[in-house]
Ligand binder design. Structure first.
Ligand SMILES: CC(C)(COP(=O)(O)OP(=O)(O)OC[C@H]1O[C@@H](n2cnc3c(N)ncnc32)[C@H](O)[C@@H]1OP(=O)(O)O)[C@@H](O)C(=O)NCCC(=O)NCCS
Length: 135
């Protein structure tokens, strides 16, 4: 799933090795025992996590599964005592619907040093930053 979206420029590619290392930070959605969606949390600092690799199989979109994955990841961030959760995305209205707001990308310096350095769009990033404060 991630690879398909990466080829379409919607997600960053993840190697099998990187996925294996990050596996404990992932949640997946299953329908009838088949994985149909995923999403992960990446720690960007002491008070901030990012939602990464959020995507569903085409045929499972629009059923509320993406929102459930975001809810689960948010719950996990809350459990860890992290007050801010963000994403870089093209799916802005989806995140607005899930309680995020659009913010200036420049407020996330940590992000630049972790993932963006390897992104082909690094100097022409057109993704929108969204943020939710957790209480
Ligand atoms: C974005 C995505 C995770 C949403 O999951 P989903 O299960 O389809 O979404 P839900 O059913 O929970 O919510 C649907 C709502 O989100 C909105 N939405 C869904 N996909 C959207 C998109 N690509 N852009 C903007 N809004 C979107 C819809 O307008 C819908 O609102 P409505 O119910 O008022 O019509 C899913 O469509 C997907 O995998 N997209 C491709 C990968 C991607 O863009 N990932 C985000 C990277 S951060």
């Amino acid at each position: 799933m991630i690879e398909e979206y990466a080829q379409r420029g919607i997600m960053l590619p993840r190697s099998r090795e990187a996925l294996r290392r990050q596996l404990r930070h992932f949640v997946v959605a299953e329908v009838n025992g088949k994985v149909v969606g995923c999403g992960s949390l990446c720690r960007l600092g002491s008070d901030l996590v990012e939602i990464r690799s959020l995507g569903l199989r085409e045929e499972c979109k629009g059923l509320g599964i993406g929102s459930l994955i975001v809810e689960k990841l948010t719950e996990e961030a809350r459990k860890q005592g992290i007050p801010k959760i963000m994403a870089l995305t093209y799916a802005v209205s989806f995140f607005l619907k899930n309680g995020f707001r659009v913010v200036d990308k420049e407020i996330f310096p940590e992000k630049v040093w972790t993932d963006c350095v390897n992104c082909p769009k690094q100097h022409a990033c057109d993704e929108i930053a969204v943020l939710k404060l957790l209480s």
